[in-house]
Write a protein that binds this ligand. Sequence first.
Ligand SMILES: CC(C)(COP(=O)(O)OP(=O)(O)OC[C@H]1O[C@@H](n2cnc3c(N)ncnc32)[C@H](O)[C@@H]1OP(=O)(O)O)[C@@H](O)C(=O)NCCC(=O)NCCS
Length: 115
Amino acid sequence: MKIYSPYSKKEEILTIKKAGEIIAYISFKQIGKPKHELYEITRIEVDKKYRHKGLASRLFSEMITEIKFRKLFVTTHISNTSARKFYESVGMDFEARLSNHYYQGEDEVVYSLYR
Ligand SMILES: CC(C)(COP(=O)(O)OP(=O)(O)OC[C@H]1O[C@@H](n2cnc3c(N)ncnc32)[C@H](O)[C@@H]1OP(=O)(O)O)[C@@H](O)C(=O)NCCC(=O)NCCS
């Protein structure tokens, strides 16, 4: 599995491997200064063969114990039902719908978690 990481230099990545191959990862980055305690999840992905086994949840738990945040957010495509259900399952709340974001006629949604 190849990690899609457009912000590679600034991102942190946690992975789960099987037989030396990455089968799941979460990437995230801090926004602004450390004192802002603001993080964005830039990508989470589990190899198709290993979905619905709790791997994404495991990565998410690991990430939130590792980072110190007041606000954590993620943006995903409105039609990405599995991602939206996943974010809800780990306690993130729907925050906003961004019309025509990135592409005309395609909306994005923002989920967030505060602590
Ligand atoms: C979203 C994704 C990361 C979830 O990974 P996963 O390891 O299968 O998720 P988990 O097994 O930890 O699921 C935890 C919970 O999320 C929800 N969930 C996950 N996938 C779901 C689906 N396809 N439909 C409905 N609910 C889903 C469920 O509530 C699930 O709990 P349950 O198994 O007790 O029902 C995975 O589907 C994926 O890689 N998708 C493609 C990449 C992507 O779209 N990433 C997000 C955008 S950046």
